[in-house]
Design a protein around this ligand. Structure first.
Ligand code: NAI
Length: 329
């Protein structure tokens, strides 16, 4: 089966190629799937997409006309695919629901510890011969209250790690997980979590309900100096509101692995140009903001699992078998 793989980087070609072992014809493209690049899927029965590929109703219509019948997402989130439109066009969609929730949770913890103990500043400082401690004061994590929004696979791992640090962990989710409660995590309302937490980490999916979950109103409910970590999806946070909260000092630190307008910026080298996004440029001026380029998933274990599950999903489609990772509209 011919599969056009959009948005590929060298690691995609390496790991997907190895997992494929020659059974499907994988056509690797660097281009993202957009209206203007959709015709590149001509001749393929399936396309393989990543987080910045757009599969909206118009693009799905183009893909369907070209004969594409399946979308294999090589990621967990599926907010970039219009599932209802895919169903109307007879295109099935499968994803990789879990690969390494530990890796993503560990990255969230890494961002938090780096920011709290100012490791990012200390690293540059000592290399410049500056061994002063001013500006590097952090706080003990032990005994602090950590709020976890979304306690699925990744949120549960994050909660477990923070329990290991000796934190009190509050959680908010639309569905309680007994296994998470067994870790000593206390489910509560979003309001109480916002009011009581010293650190808040976002692990819920992006939906109309969670869009701009962090906004001027919710920020106002939080403790002064609260730390927010987002490894979920960029639009969970209203960027303008967090910039205002950073300027006022309400927000003590902000760790972002995802950003509202990351498409076209993240995963590319812009070092020889300028940042056209003024909000991102502003965020990068704050010493207490740490941004990574949607890399929380980027571990050897995760990439291997993503490639193997994606190829398994493609095998299921090619064989006409029901796929356990299929998404329903
Ligand atoms: P999951 O599906 O296992 O867990 C999501 C949890 O969020 C579920 O328990 C669900 O009940 C809960 N939830 C849904 N709506 C909610 C709401 N309105 N308020 C509070 N909780 C709500 O997903 P998983 O694997 O834990 O991933 C979570 C998110 O992390 C993904 O949706 C994706 O956007 C993001 N992600 C980011 C990665 C990165 O590299 N930065 C890598 C993988 C996932």
């Amino acid at each position: 089966m011919r599969v056009v793989v959009f948005s590929t980087k060298p690691h995609d070609r390496q790991f997907l190629g190895a997992a494929n072992a020659g059974r499907h014809e994988l056509v690797f493209l660097e281009a993202r799937l957009l209206a203007e690049t959709a015709p590149l899927a001509a001749g393929a029965e399936a396309v393989c997409l990543f987080v910045h590929d757009h599969a909206d109703a118009g693009i799905l219509g183009t893909l369907a006309k070209l004969g594409v019948r399946h979308i294999a997402l090589r990621c967990a989130g599926f907010n970039n695919v219009d599932l209802a439109a895919a169903a109307r066009h007879g295109i099935t969609v499968a994803r990789v629901p879990a690969y390494s929730p530990h890796g993503v949770a560990e990255h969230a913890v890494a961002l938090f510890l780096t920011l709290n103990r100012r490791v990012h500043r200390a690293y540059n400082r000592v290399r410049d011969g500056n061994f002063a401690l001013e500006g590097l004061l952090g706080f003990d994590v032990h005994g602090k209250t950590v709020g976890v929004v979304g306690t699925g696979k990744i949120g549960a791992c994050f909660a477990q790690i923070m329990r290991g640090f000796g934190c009190r962990v509050l959680a908010f989710d639309v569905a309680r997980q007994p296994a998470v409660e067994a870790l000593g995590v206390e489910y509560t309302t979003l309001e109480r979590l916002l009011v009581e937490s010293h650190v808040i980490s976002l692990h819920c999916p992006l939906t109309p309900q969670t869009h701009h979950l962090i906004n001027a109103g919710t920020l106002a409910q939080m403790r002064d100096g609260v730390v927010i970590i987002n490894t979920g999806r960029g639009p969970l946070i209203d960027t303008r509101a967090v910039i205002a909260a950073l300027k006022s000092g309400k927000l003590g630190a902000l760790a972002l692995d995802v950003y509202e307008e990351e498409e076209g910026v993240f995963y590319e080298d812009h070092s020889g140009a300028f940042l056209a996004d003024d909000q991102l440029a502003r965020l990068l001026t704050f010493p207490n903001v740490l941004v990574t380029s949607h890399q929380a998933f980027f571990t050897r274990e995760a990439i291997t699992a993503i490639a193997e599950t994606t190829l398994g999903n493609l095998d299921d489609f090619a064989a006409g078998r029901p796929c356990p990772n299929a998404l329903k509209a």
